[in-house]
Write a protein that binds this ligand. Structure first.
Ligand code: TXA
Ligand code: MG
Length: 307
């Protein structure tokens, strides 16, 4: 806890309305929030994160907001919003004139989501505007899933941290691009390709490939430790034995249960870094359901280091 940590959504709302920036809990990861139409505050979010200004932000809406004020939702997008919001799903749709350029980096699309966290929903219901909220990490670090992670990364650069405890999902929202042509998964998350298929009756293209949202460089998901991948637990243990025999500080990252693996993924990477672990041997889960999102983040973490 720091003096900037609070559990009071009304205090967070006051700070945001006063032009401040506040780290907020969501069900996926912590976000660094500013009012969408407060240009200076949004600019500060980019600056504090160290994020390029043309890297678009997700607009977070309150549960009773009409998303069609912000974007043009296709029938499939409407079905997804009705079925999954509040929840770990971001819809990428053509934007309306209400969305300012500084949120989308000048693109003609906007990313929208209603987060499923009681404190975030309470906060949003108190505000006169929607919130931008990129993950509350310094650019190039893994997303924070506790208020302590936020403090470690951003510390005194934020005006407050709304502490909602550990984020239950642990990996960023599924991003689904919705056009008149169909739906495409740009970033896998807790809303799975099967769910998208069932809800929309459309085949989501792109769900087997790597994340394709712009600016999603591998380094976004990388700890300082080198991440090497193992196809199964036996291979992981074997690799770990070899590394330890070579005198390396190495450890295994694996959970049998995919939901738990996702929830603990970033915290365990950060913890390994804090303890000076040099190599993380990460076991890839089966690429099904949430396992696909875990594989996506692990592959990115592994790809970002060549040695
Ligand atoms: O779970 C989440 O989505 C978290 C929580 C805090 O809500 N937020 C999050 O935001 O992950 P961020 O900024 O770290 O990642 C959002 C991604 C960006 O990397 C960007 O590629 C994509 O969403 N994005 C946002 N707006 C876009 C747009 N107009 N066109 C294409 N991609 C967009
Ligand atoms: Mg991020």
């Amino acid at each position: 806890m720091t003096s900037r940590t609070t559990t009071d959504a009304r205090e967070a709302a006051r700070i945001l309305v006063g032009g401040g920036i506040v780290a907020i809990p969501t069900e996926t990861v912590y976000g660094l929030a500013a009012l969408v139409h407060d240009r200076d505050a949004v600019m500060r979010v980019f600056t504090v994160k160290g994020r390029p200004f043309d890297h678009p932000l997700i607009v977070h809406l309150s549960a009773d907001e009409d998303p069609s004020r912000w974007g043009r939702l296709s029938p499939a997008a409407r079905a997804l919003a009705a079925a999954c919001w509040p929840g770990p799903l971001t819809l990428l749709v053509p934007r309306t004139a209400l969305v300012p350029d500084w949120v989308t980096g000048g693109r003609d699309t906007v990313a929208l989501r209603v987060p499923d966290h009681p404190l975030a929903l309470e906060l949003l219901s108190l505000l006169p505007d929607a919130l931008v909220a990129p993950s509350a990490n310094r650019f190039g670090r893994v997303s924070p899933t506790t208020s302590e992670h936020v403090i470690a990364d951003l510390g005194d650069d934020v005006d407050a941290i709304l502490d909602g405890g550990p984020c239950p999902v642990g990996v960023e929202s599924t991003i689904v691009e919705c056009t008149d042509e169909g739906v495409r998964i740009l970033r896998p998350g807790a809303v799975t390709a099967d769910e998208v298929r069932r809800i929309t009756d459309l085949d989501p293209a792109g769900d087997t490939g790597p994340s394709r949202a712009p600016g999603m460089m591998p380094s976004h998901y990388a700890p300082r430790a080198r991440v090497v991948l193992a196809e199964n637990p036996d291979a992981g243990h074997e690799l770990l034995r070899r590394l330890l025999a070579e005198g390396k500080t190495a450890e295994l990252l694996w959970e049998e249960d995919d939901a738990r693996y996702a929830a603990e993924l970033y915290a365990r990477m950060r913890d390994a870094d804090d303890r000076g672990v040099r190599v993380i041997v990460a076991v890839l889960p089966p690429e099904l359901g949430l396992g696909r999102a875990v594989c996506d983040r692990l592959r990115k973490a592994a790809a970002s280091r060549s040695s």
